[in-house]
Design a binder for this molecule. Structure first.
Ligand code: TMP
Length: 215
């Protein structure tokens, strides 16, 4: 398929069910004969995956908040240029597990970095590139952390640096994501993630198909 692609991101705190919902959304788009690329941040290309190891691995280094943010944008710039834009040019639908809203939520609301610094980096490093549609999965923090805690794979891979933050940090994240949704109402849709997987998936699929149809 050629023509204009469509870029969708899923955002939210730990344990909100993003990866499950991404698979279900991709399935529903494939059933409608769309070509779909599933990717994630930080990561998505070999270089960006190398940066991911520095950022999310518990042995990846002790970065200052500014250096950490620069690394997220370095990975993002490579991801956009080498995977996201080429796929969109080919008319594909790209679904990313996290994108710039995670930097806004984690680095600014979570770690206290100046919001203006992040917005300057959005302009400087990625030319203001934003998704066409963002789903923010919203869930009570205790429920999310309990769900995330059950995922054994993360402790095995050592990718638990961010999960180890305290409850107050995760509360700030949740409020941050809700603030971001208010700031970008045309792009962001908040989903109540405290429902069955099927109910959330049905809403996400319906809204995505409607938006894609209107491109
Ligand atoms: P996850 O993909 O398992 O959610 O792990 C990625 C971690 O990186 C997650 O805890 C959120 C964090 N993160 C940021 O702090 N800033 C960012 O810009 C992105 C993309 C992720």
């Amino acid at each position: 398929m050629s023509g204009r692609g469509f870029f969708i991101t899923l955002e939210g705190g730990e344990g909100t069910g993003k990866s499950t919902q991404i698979k279900l959304l991709a399935d529903s788009l494939l059933r409608n004969n769309r070509e779909v690329v599933i990717t994630r941040e930080p990561g998505g290309t070999p270089e960006a995956e190398s940066i991911r190891n520095l950022l999310v691995h518990r042995d990846g280094g002790r970065w200052t908040p500014v250096a950490e943010t620069l690394l997220f944008f370095a990975a993002r710039q490579m991801h956009i240029e080498n995977l996201i834009k080429p796929s969109l040019t080919q008319g594909k639908i790209v679904i990313s597990d996290r994108f710039t809203d995670s930097t806004r939520a984690y680095q600014s609301y979570g770690h206290g970095l100046e919001p203006d610094l992040i917005e300057s980096l959005v302009q400087l490093s990625i030319g203001g590139f934003e998704p066409d549609l963002t789903f923010i999965l919203d869930l009570d923090v205790s429920l999310g952390l309990a769900r995330a805690g059950q995922r054994l794979s993360q402790s095995e891979t050592g990718e638990d640096r961010f999960e180890q933050m305290d409850q107050a940090f995760h509360e700030r994240l949740r409020q941050g994501f809700l603030d971001i949704a208010r700031r970008y109402p045309d792009r962001c849709v908040v989903m109540d993630a405290n429902r069955t997987i099927e109910a959330v998936a049905a809403d996400i699929s319906r809204i995505a198909q409607e938006r894609i149809a209107h491109v």
